[in-house]
Design a protein around this ligand. Structure first.
Ligand code: HEC
Length: 133
């Protein structure tokens, strides 16, 4: 009697408490992973978006993936540990580039001011890695 009452308790308790706990855990995990999968890349802040639009950058560059030119997240990944990257990319944004990513030419962007090019270069380099999306 004493024995069976005890074992009844032992089996009931974990079953009673674990089922809702597992459900909660599952819904947290599934909720988090689906929302991660659906998350679009963070939209650029308005001033940067203006520069990207005004200068036609996003006609050639995806925020993440390659279009005509490399995706901004791919560029960020390539130069993440390169301390010389911000000034060099700012210069390349103004002067154009070819041969770094392939044979497609990025024409010089002569309407982009030095200050705007610096803002754009720093923003590009701040993009999260495409692998984490
Ligand atoms: C006509 C298409 C086109 C436009 C417009 C364009 N790009 Fe590019 N961009 C490219 C291509 C193609 C490359 C790869 C060039 C290479 O391989 O050297 C590139 C490369 C780059 C790079 C990487 C350079 C490097 O050394 O790795 C940056 C940064 C960049 N573009 C930023 C911009 C910004 C900012 C703008 C807008 C001001 C812009 N691009 C406009 C096509 C374009």
């Amino acid at each position: 009697m004493r024995f069976s009452a005890l074992s009844g308790l032992q089996t009931k308790v974990p079953v009673k408490f674990s089922t809702p706990a597992v459900c909660a855990l599952l819904s947290i995990c599934c909720g988090a992973s689906t929302s991660l999968a659906q998350t679009a890349p963070p939209a650029p802040p308005a001033p940067v978006m203006d520069l990207l639009r005004k200068n036609g950058c996003i006609a050639c560059h995806g925020l993440v993936h390659k279009q005509v030119g490399p995706g901004f997240a791919q560029i960020a990944d390539r130069y993440r540990t390169d301390p010389e990257a911000p000034p060099r990319l700012a210069e390349k944004i103004r002067n154009g580039s070819v041969g770094t990513w392939g044979r497609v030419i990025m024409p010089r962007q002569s309407l982009v001011t030095e200050a705007d090019a610096r803002v754009l270069a720093i923003w590009v380099l701040s993009q999260p890695s495409p692998a984490t999306k």
